[in-house]
Write a protein that binds this ligand. Structure first.
Ligand code: EPU
Length: 315
């Protein structure tokens, strides 16, 4: 997630000018609770979905010129939005970066190149891979994010991470310029990828290999079954809240600290998995943050380990 500093301005001025820009699907005063998997979050002044890459460039240039705050919103699956209204623009790439293209294989080369828009949901990408018999991206099974969101946080499971099969990303900077960066030019770490300042991913190129669709389907079904057994998938949440400390499991540490089942308002540290906080109905961001603070403090006290947050907190 990328945000630029907010400045104060009269709403009527900037909203009218924004509404006049071409090819934008605009949602005013849109509750972020509708766009985050936690189902938490007050309204953002405007949710903007550019209909084309040109419209996205135009929007970015406008926001920069006018000093209007903005951030990139993926599937909202790793985000805790605030209880206070957020004054600015949330940009979603669902319409302008939604293509999946398999490039023609080069003679004699086993790997194939798959170009995917940053706004594509991982579930759709995996369905495409199964249908086409393309292996490589199975590690991200069950992660509810978009390709762009999953890449910036190097999302993954014990089976690997999304960047394992990454070749390059195309990023856009705050002035709308597009640049393709090979994987070798990215600083890739555990659950994070560092991009050039104020830029975000619009497209990625992955290297995949031909595989039997039926075998792929079965592999994914087994992984999903395992997740259902160990994770509270039926509840609104943002998945794992903390990164795993080196050689440790954050969930196991929170479990050993005796915190599973602890509630604050309608937020609960899941009884199924200690690293998940679930929303039982009307949890606020404050409820979730309170549980996060308690988990951080108790794990530090009992094991001397400082947990690091995996989810992003807006504001
Ligand atoms: N464990 C406990 N108590 C708990 C939870 C876990 O004792 O309450 C133990 C488990 O028994 C196991 C170990 O801790 O021995 C690890 O647990 P698990 O296999 O569930 O994996 P994890 O490290 O907690 C990681 C990813 C998940 C991913 C799973 C499955 C991170 C931070 N988490 O979880 O990713 O789904 O592996 O591959 O890397 C996410 O990032 O949002 C996420 C859910």
């Amino acid at each position: 997630m990328h945000a630029v500093a907010a400045t104060s301005w009269p709403h009527t001025t900037w909203t009218a000018a924004l509404a006049a820009l071409p090819d934008l699907d605009l949602w005013w005063n849109e509750p972020l609770a509708r766009h985050t998997t936690f189902r938490v979050g007050a309204p953002v002044t405007c949710l903007a979905r550019p209909l084309s890459e040109a419209a996205l460039q135009n929007l970015l240039r406008h926001l920069r010129r006018e000093g209007i705050a903005y951030f990139l919103l993926g599937a909202g699956s790793n985000l805790l939005a605030t209880d206070k209204p957020w004054d600015g623009v949330a940009i979603q790439l669902t319409h302008c970066c939604r293509e999946i293209r398999l490039e023609a294989p080069e003679p004699g080369v086993e790997a194939q190149s798959l170009r995917v828009g940053a706004g594509v949901k991982l579930a759709r990408l995996l369905r495409f891979c199964v249908q086409q018999g393309l292996a490589g991206l199975e590690a991200v099974i069950g992660i509810p994010g978009t390709v762009g969101g999953a890449l910036v946080m190097n999302a993954g499971t014990r089976g690997g991470s999304i960047t394992d099969v990454l070749d390059s990303v195309s990023v856009m900077d705050a002035s709308g310029e597009r640049l393709e960066l090979p994987k070798s030019q990215l600083a890739i770490g555990y659950r994070c990828v560092t991009l050039p300042e104020q830029s975000f991913i619009v497209e990625a190129r992955f290297s995949v290999k031909s595989s039997d669709p039926q075998q792929l389907r079965e592999k994914l079904q087994v992984a999903m079954r395992q997740r259902r057994q160990t994770q509270p998938l039926g509840w609104p949440s943002a998945g794992c809240v903390f990164k795993n400390p080196p050689g440790q499991s954050a969930g196991a540490l929170i479990d050993r600290a005796g915190l599973k089942g602890l509630r604050c308002g309608d937020a609960e540290i899941s009884t199924r998995h200690g690293n998940w906080i679930i929303n039982l109905g009307h949890a606020s961001a404050r409820d979730v943050l309170t549980l996060m603070h308690i988990a951080e403090e108790r794990v530090l006290q009992e094991f001397g380990i400082q947990l690091e947050r995996e989810i992003k907190v807006l504001g």
